[in-house]
Design a protein around this ligand. Structure first.
Ligand code: 26V
Length: 835
């Protein structure tokens, strides 16, 4: 039996067959002999052998979607933060044991070769990781889906810390090739830019005469669903210039000039999030957005027409989800395809467009709400700019007719922001071109309705819905925390692997001292692994029995790593003053990247190092407090830290974190949460027992109210001698003796406007930390709370989230708890076969 037929038959697999396949890949694909192969070469050979097992099922899933006419989801996202795929794929295929057995006689371990896989870090943070979780979840639920994005040559920068300061280095995930992807050079839609438009009337068919074109080459990666039953496709586009070089110029001796055009055009897919401080950086970013959006729409329209023949049925057969405003230009592009390329009347084109799109908003931060200068749009995408004007004119006519005389309303819902520089509001475009707009947590959705989309909500009531984010439990529990899963399975059986609701069966076990002991042991072993990594990475010894207090996320002022660091300084002072006052021994773990141009965020990283330097060697602290900053945070680092965490820091200024998903990963793995009532943390608090959360601080409403009154930080500082002392020490250079003025401006901003309410929330945060200290002293109460946390997190499975998108946005039938039903069906079939 060959490997492939065996995979198809689903028969019990023989590791020897897989071993042969791996060796064949090593020999014929990698070109290496067994005795000379490095871990990396074994990884590539193994990945290739595993990929072979994926392909048949992948193609079958894709085919069946066509045959059944099932609705296709297209998830358009400029970011997919995937991480490593080897363990994900092997686990979801149910092959872990077999791969281990196949490799063992070769002297190779899965654990070792797993570590050489480069993270695919094609995203910045939560938004990109959510897209990756969704792809896996849709595969698991059997929702036919394509993810469309960009195959960046270089993902998120590698963070190197030199003397406490962040430096960015290019990341090179493709340096050794990518064994999971299939290059599809024949799928290469042409993407146009610039030029002019021929046609007298903008809402009738026109001809766009671009002056520049580039090809988008498809690279497909199959995404394996749980138990390998179905798969989705991640199709990433890479830019390829039509001509590899100008031969004449090259032969004339201008070797560099001959390549200039190519380099310029292909720079589109060079890097994730090119710096956008400069006009050329902004232009590149807009080019990226249009590049992948146009490629995606051309691709899906071609596929749709091949099967269904015309565009009228598009909204019945496809659901296109816009992940934030990055692909919002898709609205104008689909209109262009309908009106210019298929001669559809404007109203029909608009029906198709709005019926097909859904838009997810991921932030309320004003600086992050995208808009593009009209002048840039006119130059780069002249036809799209015309189309946007027509959409806007019709929309404003409608608004003026329904709300006569309300000029303020018309100005606020206009697609064009009329300022010194006229700009296109991409959020408004996405809103108008979609039949559903969603926020990513209940609070965020509520704030969307009240703030950024308040007026659009009046104009189009009912369009905004809330769909709280989720995470894939396969990666964030089953793979990342094998020890815990073994324990859970021994206690309640394997059902939780298909049905997260089964985790609730752990609730009574929280009262069982034996189970709590085992749970504590698992946590302890995970912490030991983290402690070893910390020692290996930083040379700092930390006590694995101490409380691992973690804040792992992008560094941003609204996420308030600064609040955590100020509390750390105050805590160090308090311990020195009274070492026996019942402090929980803590290791404060920080990890996260700052945007390259975000100086304040980089200063906060420096502060974490300065505080660490002051605290870690201080004998007066008696080992009660350590501060570490783990460099180059990424998905793989999260997989190590999350299972080891005791305390999860979710301390954003209320109203500013749209959802958060790290909060879910940490709580699922039994970390208690210290946090504000922000984003999805509010909804976690609604589902887990009170004692698992240390909630504190201003509510979103209180924050808004203080902001409106213009209350700065000083009254809170005046009222808190503890905070005042910390700020004075910082100001006087106590933590930066080499540069006493380093933190002066930072402190001044807290005394002044304090826009993130750090000072205002300090005392409440301090008190919440002391509540955590007290619970820590009661070991069994802490572990009990941790168990109950894990037991109550089922709702945050991305499978629930996807089921809600299917029902509320995509109009796709997904059964309630489909994985359970599928598992039952499979078991029944197995039973029939066995009988
Ligand atoms: C981006 C920027 C860039 C410019 C400076 C200010 C700023 C502030 C926020 C952002 C975030 C952009 C979108 C984003 O990544 N949102 C995240 O989406 C996650 C998935 O829905 C969600 O869990 C996070 O709360 C949200 O921040």
């Amino acid at each position: 039996m060959t490997l492939e037929t065996e995979a198809r038959s689903g028969a019990r697999r023989d590791p020897a067959i897989l071993r042969d396949a791996i060796i064949r890949k090593l020999t014929y694909d990698v070109g290496r002999s067994q005795n000379a192969a490095s871990d990396r070469e074994w990884f590539i050979a193994t990945a290739r052998a595993v990929r072979d097992l994926i392909v048949d099922r992948w193609m079958a899933t894709t085919r069946s979607a066509y045959e059944t006419g099932a609705k296709q989801v297209y998830y358009l996202s400029l970011e997919f933060l995937i991480g490593r795929l080897l363990r994900d794929n092997i686990d979801n295929l149910g092959l872990t044991e077999q791969v281990n057995d196949a490799l063992a006689p070769l002297g190779v371990t899965l654990e070792r070769i797993r570590m050489v896989e480069h993270d695919a870090a094609l995203g910045n943070g939560g938004l990109g990781r959510l897209a990756a979780c969704f792809m896996e979840s849709m595969a698991s639920l059997g929702v036919p889906a394509f993810g469309y994005g960009i195959r960046y040559d270089h993902g998120l920068f590698r963070q190197v810390i030199v003397d406490g300061w962040q430096h960015e280095y290019p990341e090179d995930w493709l340096a050794y090739g990518n064994p999971w992807e299939f290059a599809k050079p024949e799928i290469c839609p042409e993407i146009s830019f610039g030029g002019w438009v021929e046609g007298a009337v903008a809402d009738e068919p026109c001809v766009w005469r671009p002056d520049e074109q580039v090809h988008a080459v498809a690279y497909d990666t199959p995404v394996v669903g749980w138990r390998g039953r179905s798969m989705t496709t991640l199709r990433l586009w890479s830019a390829r210039a039509p001509d590899p070089l100008k031969l004449e110029a090259f032969n004339r001796g201008d070797h560099v000039g001959a390549l200039a055009d190519r380099v310029r055009l292909e720079s589109i897919s060079k890097v994730l999030y090119p710096g956008d401080e400069t006009p050329s950086g902004q232009e590149l970013r807009l080019r990226q957005q249009y590049f992948f959006t146009s490629a995606a729409l051309q691709d899906l329209v071609r596929r749709h027409l091949r099967v269904y023949g015309d565009l009228a049925s598009l909204p019945d057969r496809v659901a296109i989800q816009l992940n934030d405003t990055h692909p919002a230009i898709a609205v104008a592009e689909l209109m262009r395809i309908c009106v210019d390329l298929h001669q559809l009347p404007w109203d029909e084109a608009w029906r198709i467009t709005r019926g097909s799109f859904g838009y997810t908003n991921h932030t309320l931060m004003p600086e992050a709400l995208e808009s593009w200068p009209v002048a840039l749009m006119e130059r780069l995408l002249p036809r799209h700019m015309q189309i946007i004007y027509v959409i806007n004119a019709r929309h404003l006519d409608d608004v003026r007719a329904r709300f006569p005389g309300d000029d303020a309303l018309a100005a606020s819902v206009s697609l064009i922001h009329e300022n010194a520089e006229r700009r296109v509001r991409m959020g408004h475009l996405a809103f108008l071109g979609s039949h559903r707009v969603n926020g990513v947590s209940a609070l965020h959705t509520d704030l969307l309705r009240r703030t950024v989309f308040h007026d659009l909500d009046r104009v189009a009531p009912g369009r905004i819905v809330g769909i709280t984010n989720g995470i894939t439990f396969r990666r964030w529990l089953h793979q990342a925390n094998r020890r815990l899963c073994t324990l859970i399975e021994a206690a309640i059986g394997p059902r939780f692997r298909d049905d997260p609701q089964a985790l609730e069966e752990l609730v009574p076990l929280a009262e069982d001292a034996g189970f709590r002991g085992d749970f504590a042991l698992v946590k302890r072993l995970n912490k030991q692994a983290l402690a070893e990594a910390i020692r290996g990475e930083l040379g700092i010894a930390v006590d694995p029995t101490a409380m691992m207090d973690v804040q792992i996320k992008r560094i941003h002022e609204y996420k308030r790593q600064l609040l955590n660091l100020l509390e750390t300084i105050a805590l160090a002072e308090a311990i020195r003053a009274d070492p026996a006052a019942g402090w929980a021994p803590r290791v404060k773990v920080f990890a996260g990247k700052a945007a390259a141009s975000y100086h304040r965020a980089k200063l906060i990283i420096k502060l974490a190092h300065d505080v660490g330097a002051a605290v870690n060697g201080d004998p007066a602290l008696g080992g009660l407090l350590k501060v570490v900053f783990l460099p180059n945070y990424n998905v793989s680092a999260a997989e190590l830290i999350v299972p080891a965490a005791d305390l999860s820091e979710q301390i954003s200024t209320a109203g500013m974190e749209a959802s958060g998903t790290g909060n879910m990963k940490l709580a699922l793995n039994g970390a208690l949460t210290i946090g504000t009532r922000d984003g999805a943390t509010v909804e976690i608090a609604e589902r887990v027992p009170k004692e698992t959360m240390f909630l504190f601080g201003l509510s979103a409403e209180e924050v808004a109210e203080r902001r409106a009154r213009g209350v700065g930080g000083w009254p809170a500082i005046a009222a808190s001698p503890r905070l005042a002392a910390v700020l004075e020490a910082l100001e006087q250079g106590a933590y930066s003796p080499d540069d006493p003025g380093r933190y002066r401006d930072l402190v001044a901003s807290l005394r002044g406007p304090d826009p993130f309410m750090v000072a205002a929330d300090f005392e409440a945060y301090w008190a919440a930390q002391r509540r955590a200290d007290r619970l820590w002293q009661d070991r069994s109460a802490w572990i009990r709370a941790a168990v109950l946390n894990t037991a109550n997190m089922a709702w945050f499975s991305a499978d629930r989230t996807i089921a809600e998108y299917a029902a509320e946005v995509w109009n796709i039938p997904v059964h309630r708890r489909p994985l359970v039903q599928a598992a039952e069906a499979a078991a029944a079939q197995e039973g029939r076969r066995g009988g």
